[in-house]
Ligand binder design. Sequence first.
Ligand code: BG6
Ligand code: MG
Length: 218
Amino acid sequence: MKQKTFIFDLDGVIVDTAKYHFLAWQNLATQLGIHFTNEDNEQLKGVSRVRSLEIILGLGNQTASDEKKEKWLVQKNEEYLAYIEKMDESEILPDVKRVLQFLKDNNQKIVLGSASKNAKVILDKVHLTSYFDALVDGNAVSKAKPDPEVFLVGAKLTASTPENCIVFEDAFAGIQAANAANMLSIGIGDKAVLHEANYCFNDFTAISNEFLKELIEK
Ligand code: BG6
Ligand code: MG
């Protein structure tokens, strides 16, 4: 059997942390007198922490000094981490573990490719760290998705060519990053949003072991 590198985004692919990001951002927005809805939160998916704050400030037509922004970023992250602290294996999204196990059993490389600087903490909380051959997170890259950097670093760490990598992503910017990296992109979520993906599934329950086998042998 061939060996491929399967790169997983974290937030929205392995766990649904968007709800915790939302709660923490909403608190900050309220404090700043900015109306921030669940719909607005969609814009923050896959986007870096700093850029997320800029988007929220933009919603309220506000600007702020770098000092203030830094303070708010720390405040938001502390609140977010308080939610993460309570996470356990029950928060792993359906069939993620089955897919990871199948790939492991078939000797495939598994990599995390996430914009989050909290990725390691979250993987540890849900006890999935041992599945991964390499972790590439927001601390390891300087350019955010849709830039392909995060995925290209992941390929390099597993000594794989981009053509032999398969990316699972829930964000439009993430699909763009995978395509820009010349990797096979698989959207997890809404086809209407992820229309640039090579394949799209609602979640991992729709991804069979037979399909994974085909991807490996492609
Ligand atoms: C991405 C999320 O995975 O990580 C974004 O989709 C988030 O919503 C980004 O802003 C950065 O995360 P963190 O944990 O470093 O604040
Ligand atoms: Mg995501």
